[in-house]
Design a protein around this ligand. Structure first.
Ligand SMILES: Nc1nc2c(c(=O)[nH]1)N[C@H]1C(S)=C(S)[C@@H](COP(=O)(O)OP(=O)(O)OC[C@H]3O[C@@H](n4cnc5c(=O)[nH]c(N)nc54)[C@H](O)[C@@H]3O)O[C@H]1N2
Ligand SMILES: Nc1nc2c(c(=O)[nH]1)N[C@H]1C(S)=C(S)[C@@H](COP(=O)(O)OP(=O)(O)OC[C@H]3O[C@@H](n4cnc5c(=O)[nH]c(N)nc54)[C@H](O)[C@@H]3O)O[C@H]1N2
Ligand code: SF4
Ligand SMILES: [Mo]
Length: 745
């Protein structure tokens, strides 16, 4: 680094691990080297190959710097911002007027969870739109866990995380943190933390149809038939009861429904589930006994347990095993974070609980879950004529044309829309269907704070990153505010400051109303004047941090948290390991942990019926690679170079049976689609299972992704079935898809 350069510390926004980056900026204002920030209070210098690519993302010539409009002839044109907003107003307003609020659908993609501006500004936008047609990447991901947490703890966001740094025994189901860096468990250097468990004498088990890098690195790998984690977990519960191993420990007084769980698990003996799961009965017994015997233990399930047919039952059963073995809410078990933006959850708990199905989707009648419908039914809602048909769509940081099931049909649906607006930095397979694309600033031209992921972290920490460079155009908060104003009929020229002030005002009023609020009697105008930060959304964040559990309470708690205080701590502030949260966290009407919610009890009938079914001979699962990130980082040359990664993994025994050879082409066919992929033989995948990664298929010539197009790969979601859902959550089934595979001559 030159003598006039500087080092800027910021949190990597690319995945859930929240690593600290040390970004060198040279004298002429260009990003130089990016390393892990050795002083980061949480990541201690850890970084993965993606972290340094925030430079490449920022400098990518394909990243949109100006809004683009698609003309009638299909050609794209850069336009000034005022014209872009006018196009949005001209497109949306007549549809809202002629067809009503539900005629406009919204899809929120994964990066909106990594950008707190979206998290904060989505509420006013959805209120202004007034639509019930809301969809997100949550229903191709973690919705089963929200439902199980909602039903058990009364709050769909109260997801327990494994206490990685203190546990003696960890079971990972359907998770591959050596590639993904972890999810619903924010832990920078997840692999290092898992290795530390073994180094201190603990045991780690991975349950996965494939011997992944994670599985190969831990104490034991147990291969399982895709889609059957729920069966395995119920058998473990069965064993705990049958062998008198249930001991709920200090949480016992907070549990409700123990006897009902015992009855539910009764049919799932290890012998009954062994042929289904392909895990032998002795192994199942041993897995259960080991959890019960360990001084502390945590089960943790992720994508492979959630994006399957019995996803909600599996999500629930993970926490039931944790509770029955005394590991819920205790050090080394499964615990809840206490994030800085929230008030302390004290008292005896209790609340209104969690319900789904307050509305149903128009075409197929799927229940609303957290105010959303399954993205698997988005195509139905666009393509099926009638009252309430979606005619216009807003996408925010999402690529459902590659990430949602039966994506060929969804692509057809997107092409049929009368109007579409996308807030997105790239013109990809989804946003190429938009009428107008509104690009937010790059990932280093905005501030960053992990609003969502500190609520899922294995330590309580807070870290704020100011923008490294000033934004050239409107911030993402400005864009959301402009859409809000247009949706509420105030036109394309209205000032986004109106929405910014409203957002801050609402947060302050809510904080002042909270019982025992130390700022209850303060003049709101005085509080507003004290707010800091750089982005418009920062002022909202500052309210949350200052009124949160470690907050400075606008001076009432000197030394407490605020954006200003975090700016003085560029490596973050550590509030220590997780502490007990029961019963204050509970929002169930009973103020207990509901171990046997009626919705789950009802769905277990379906699970029991499946014990007698014939399972498909060959099924497809997905996989992730360290140098990839869903569909959207394949335009970064340093990440996609090298060997083709979008291959079909096939076990050699299946390959010889099917006539497939290494490097040959195979046709993979499911109920809904067909793709052709290159075969890669793999001893580490279970027989009867093949794997293709998702997020590829960059072959659409209308995109502006030059690098990705050279490494196109195939889109695995052509094969996943839009009709296959986990009924309680509406989550798509993305793993365990029945397929036929044949050689291409
Ligand atoms: N490098 C990289 N990192 C990422 C992402 C990425 O695309 N690339 N995506 C990010 C996102 S959005 C998320 S949600 C997380 C996901 O993080 P993880 O949940 O760790 O995701 P995967 O790596 O897909 O791991 C899922 C595992 O489940 C296994 N599996 C499939 N079916 C079953 C089954 O039925 N039962 C069991 N027990 N296992 C099964 C698969 O073989 C695979 O190893 O990763 C995040 N991090
Ligand atoms: N078969 C199969 N399908 C899967 C999965 C699987 O395991 N198997 N995993 C699923 C999971 S876990 C997820 S989370 C989904 C992801 O599904 P999506 O969120 O729909 O897809 P992404 O590929 O993450 O696309 C992200 C989009 O956000 C844009 N973007 C990036 N940064 C920003 C930003 O700062 N602001 C805005 N506004 N936009 C930004 C990118 O350009 C891209 O268009 O895919 C799901 N699909
Ligand atoms: S692990 Fe995730 S947060 Fe850490 S550097 Fe890699 S992409 Fe960024
Ligand atoms: Mo995800």
């Amino acid at each position: 680094m030159g003598s006039n350069g500087s080092v800027h510390y910021r949190t990597c926004p690319l995945c859930e691990a929240t690593c600290g980056l040390a970004v060198e900026v040279d004298a002429d204002g260009r990003i130089g080297r990016i390393r892990g920030d050795a002083d980061d209070v949480f990541s201690h210098g850890f970084v993965c190959p993606k972290g340094s690519t925030i430079k490449h993302l920022h400098e990518d010539p394909d990243r949109l710097r100006s809004p683009q409009v698609r003309d009638a002839d299909g050609r794209w044109r850069d336009v000034p911002w005022d014209e872009a907003f006018a196009v949005v107003a001209e497109g949306l307003t007549p549809i809202l007027e002629a067809h009503g609020r539900d005629a406009v659908g919204v899809y929120l993609g994964n990066p909106s969870v990594h950008n707190y501006a979206n998290a904060i500004y989505i509420r006013p936008l959805l209120m202004a739109l007034g639509t019930t047609n809301i969809f997100s990447a949550s229903t191709v991901d973690q919705m089963p866990k929200h439902v199980s947490a909602g039903l058990m703890f009364g709050n769909p966001l109260a997801i327990p995380v494994p206490d990685l740094d203190r546990t003696d025994h960890l079971i990972l189901l359907g998770a591959n943190p050596w590639e993904s860096n972890g999810s619903l468990c924010t832990a920078p250097d997840f692999p290092g933390r898992v290795e530390a468990i073994m180094a201190r004498g603990g045991k780690v088990v991975v349950i996965d149809p494939r011997r992944t890098r994670t599985a190969a690195a831990v104490t034991e790998h147990v291969a399982i038939r895709p889609g059957t984690d729920a069966h395995l977990l119920l058998a473990m519960i069965h064993v705990l009861f049958a062998e008198g191993l249930v001991d709920a420990g200090p949480a016992a007084t907070h549990l409700h429904g123990l006897e009902a769980v015992e009855a539910l698990a009764a049919p799932f003996s290890p012998e009954a589930v062994a042929p289904v799961t392909r895990v032998d009965a002795d192994t199942i017994r041993r897995l259960a006994r080991e959890v019960a015997a360990a001084p502390s233990a945590a089960l943790y399930g992720r994508i492979g347990t959630h994006t399957v047919e019995f996803g909600t039952i599996a999500a629930w059963a993970v926490d039931v095993v944790n509770a029955l073995t005394g590991n819920l809410d205790r050090a080394g078990g499964a615990m809840w974070p206490a994030p800085a933006h929230q008030a302390r959850r004290t008292g005896s708990g209790g609340g209104r609980g969690f319900t789904t199905g307050r509305r149903h989707s128009r075409v197929k009648g799927f229940p609303e879950v957290r105010s959303e419908y399954p993205v698997a039914t988005l195509a139905d809602e666009i393509l099926t004529p009638g009252d309430g048909q979606i005619r216009a769509l807003i996408t925010i940081g999402g690529n459902p044309a590659r990430s949602a099931p039966d994506s060929a049909r969804l692509t057809e649906a997107l092409a049929s829309l009368s109007f579409m607006a996308s807030i997105d930095p790239w013109r990809n397979e989804t946003t190429r269907h938009a009428t107008v694309i509104l690009p937010p600033p790059s990932h280093v031209e905005r501030s960053h704070y992990d609003l969502a992921f500190y609520g899922l972290a294995v330590r309580n920490v807070a870290n704020y990153s100011p923008p490294l460079f000033p934004a050239e155009g409107p911030t993402e908060a400005d864009l959301m505010a402009k859409l809000t104003l247009i949706a509420s009929g105030q036109g394309a020229d209205a000032d986004p400051a109106v929405v910014h002030d409203l957002v801050v005002g609402t947060l302050i009023a809510d904080a002042q109303k909270a019982p025992g609020s130390p700022i209850a009697d303060r003049d709101p105008a005085e509080l507003v004047a004290m707010l800091g930060g750089h982005d418009p959304a920062d002022r909202a964040l500052d309210v949350m941090l200052r009124t949160g559990q470690y907050g400075d309470q606008f001076g009432a708690n000197p030394g407490g948290l605020s954006i200003a205080m975090l700016e003085e701590h560029p490596h973050g502030v550590d509030f220590g390991p997780l502490g007990p949260q029961l019963p204050g966290l509970l929002r169930t009407p009973s103020a207990k942990v509901e171990l046997a919610p009626p919705e789950i009890v009802g769905d277990v009938d379906r699970l029991r019926a499946s014990l007698a079914r014939e399972w498909p001979e060959l099924v497809l699962i997905g996989r992730r690679h360290l140098r990839s990130n869903n569909s959207w980082m394949h335009n970064v040359k340093v990440l996609v170079k090298g060997r083709d990664r979008c291959t079909l993994l096939v076990h050699p025994a299946d390959a010889s049976r099917l006539g497939l050879v290494e490097g040959g082409q195979a046709e993979v066919a499911s109920r809904v689609g067909v793709v052709t992929a290159t075969v890669e033989l793999d001893d580490d995948i279970m027989e009867g299972v093949v794997s293709l990664p998702h997020g590829w298929g960059h072959d659409d010539p209308a995109t502006q992704l030059a690098v990705a197009r050279e490494h196109a790969g195939v889109n695995s979601n052509v094969l996943t079935d839009g009709e296959a859902l986990d009924p309680l959550s509406g989550n798509a089934v993305l793993n365990g898809i029945p397929v036929a595979v044949s050689p291409v001559p």
